[in-house]
Ligand binder design. Structure first.
Ligand SMILES: [Zn+2]
Length: 134
């Protein structure tokens, strides 16, 4: 699952509940729970990994800036929640070879990846934005 989607789900729970006893554990568990559900991935994403990572970063940062600008939630806490939800994929980008058991687990839970999973992720992000702004 894209980092943007993980971060948006966690940010939505944080903004809507405002309760750190709910949104911090949720953000910590969000990644592994949502990676086990059908999502964007598979051979195509592996073949275009760099481009997908750049687009994910641009969209994620843009959405973060929108949330920072148009919600009254603390920007620093919002950033921490987004990083907490996305850290396994961010770690994947940087120190992949240092934690082989973790990466084996992380890859192993992603059993339902498909290119068409992008539709699921766009729908999740759209629902999050609707919950926050509508
Ligand atoms: Zn992941």
């Amino acid at each position: 699952m894209l980092v943007t989607t993980h971060a948006m789900v966690a940010a939505t729970v944080a903004i809507k509940t405002g309760n750190p006893y709910i949104y911090i554990p949720f953000a910590a568990a969000d990644h592994f729970t949502f990676d086990a559900f059908p999502h964007f991935g598979g051979k195509w994403i592996n073949d275009h990994f760099k481009s997908v990572a750049i687009i994910d970063a641009v969209v994620g940062i843009t959405l973060f800036l929108i949330l920072a600008r148009y919600t009254k939630f603390s920007v620093l806490i919002l950033l921490a929640v987004c990083l907490l939800a996305g850290w396994p994929d961010l770690l994947w980008l940087t120190k992949r070879r240092r934690f082989p058991k973790f990466f084996k687990f992380h890859a192993g839970i992603q059993k339902f990846e498909a290119t068409s999973g992008i539709l699921i992720e766009v729908a999740i992000v759209a629902v999050c934005l609707a919950l926050i702004f509508v």
